[in-house]
Design a protein around this ligand. Structure first.
Ligand code: GTP
Length: 378
């Protein structure tokens, strides 16, 4: 029987991690409450004078003392267990120990108070509900609850006359059922909340991706490029790594649109974006800057390598037969090298070189390099 909804399969591990973390947080707070509770009870017992340490009170004192020791252990161990990102046997154990400990105390005190004539309800109710709420692995809890109930029943049957025992056992059973449903409700809420948060998180990351993606070519867009340009130029300066910029513009793209229609124009842009991406290495950055213009950051590529890549892009577009385009498609490319100049100048140099290519007859590359003469050498 599936008592509590499980999170969907792909979220199961994440849920377990989140669940253990929140359980450990709860255990930590319960430990503090246990310490405060112990202080209050201790004061109460001390006010009883010599009666505080009578044999009648010993089980209570023993349980309080165990609680304090356990709380102290938790207070020391939990912060480090909570800060880890993976589920270790230590975190699992800490998480399981608390309900087990509460159930143990509940059982002992239930039997003891019943025999004294107080009935088991307050302990069963308080301890079990808390234990179940704290715990995420409900199968374990159900087993625990059931065994506690068996022990309590057996203990009371042994120690009370039959007619007096049946009522507390029935109350104990009813209380467990209530605890069971409260726990089920709590766990269902936790799973729902987790799935909602996870969905929100996934949608947020999707939104983040869409914000920097060009919808047509699926390349990154201008916004992404601006950020990347700042990051890569700073890195290039810091580590003295070469960095080059290519500006690629489709030649006479307007004619493709006018002759073959915008849909064909779109197809050409998509195909060119793929051709460009095929020529680049993993660390390089290619973005659609706008319209029929693409920009490429060649990371750690020296001038010679950058020239080769630019030539390859130019030639691969030249060689490709674009499906539905009625005439030849080519690109003009401008190249600039980063040597610490202001970013605006860097962009302008590559852009200017792209226009130089156009002026020289299109379908070619023009280079701007500080070591290569003032403006263009080719
Ligand atoms: N199909 C399509 N066309 C676009 C898109 N974005 C911009 N354009 C068109 O691309 C054309 C760009 O033309 P220009 O770069 O100004 O000029 P060109 O015809 O390429 O001429 P040169 O750049 O001088 O070679 C314009 O007609 C725009 O309307 C798009 O997403 N899809």
């Amino acid at each position: 029987m599936q008592i509590v909804p499980k999170p969907s399969a792909h979220l199961a591990v994440a849920y377990q991690q989140a669940s253990i973390k929140s359980n450990l947080t709860l255990v930590w707070y319960f430990s503090i409450v246990a310490l405060i509770g112990f202080g209050v009870h201790l004061l109460h017992h001390l006010r009883l004078g010599s009666g505080a340490f009578s044999p009648d009170m010993m089980p209570y004192l023993a349980v309080y003392l165990c609680n304090v020791l356990y709380a102290l252990v938790n207070l020391f161990l939990l912060p480090s267990a909570r800060s880890t990102n993976h589920i270790s046997w230590r975190t699992g154990l800490l998480e399981l120990m608390y309900p087990a400990f509460l159930a143990f105390m509940a059982t002992v005190l239930s039997i003891y108070t019943s025999v004294q004539g107080h009935g088991p309800v307050p302990f069963i109710m308080g301890m079990m509900v808390i234990a179940m709420l704290v715990q995420g692995h409900l199968i374990f809890l159900y087993a625990l609850l059931f065994s506690c109930w068996l022990v309590v029943s057996a203990g009371m049957l042994q120690m009370l006359p039959m007619e007096e025992a049946s009522s507390p056992i029935l109350t104990c059973f009813t209380t467990m059922l209530i605890a069971f449903f409260i726990a089920r409700l709590a766990e269902r809420t936790r799973v729902d909340q987790f799935e909602m948060l996870q969905e929100l998180h996934e949608k947020n990351s999707l939104l983040g991706e869409l914000a920097v993606q060009d919808p047509l070519t699926k390349l990154n867009n201008r916004r992404y490029f601006s950020n990347k340009l700042e990051v890569e130029t700073a890195r290039s300066l810091r580590y003295q790594h070469p960095l080059s910029l290519l500006v690629v513009d489709v030649d006479d793209f307007k004619k493709i649109n006018d002759n073959d229609g915008h849909l064909v124009g779109d197809e050409v842009l998509i195909e060119i974006s793929q051709l460009i991406a095929q020529q680049l290495r993993a660390g390089d950055v290619v973005c659609r800057y706008g319209g029929d213009e693409f920009v490429i950051l060649l990371v750690e590529a020296c001038a010679e390598q950058s020239r080769e890549i630019a030539d390859r892009i130019c030639q691969s577009v030249d060689r490709t037969k674009f499906g539905r385009a009625s005439h030849k498609v080519t690109v003009s490319i401008g190249y600039a090298q980063y040597v610490g100049q202001p970013l605006g100048d860097f962009m302008q140099q590559a852009d200017k070189m792209m226009y130089t290519s156009k002026k020289r007859g299109k379908n070619q590359v023009a280079f701007f390099g500080y070591g290569m003469g003032a403006e263009s050498t080719e």
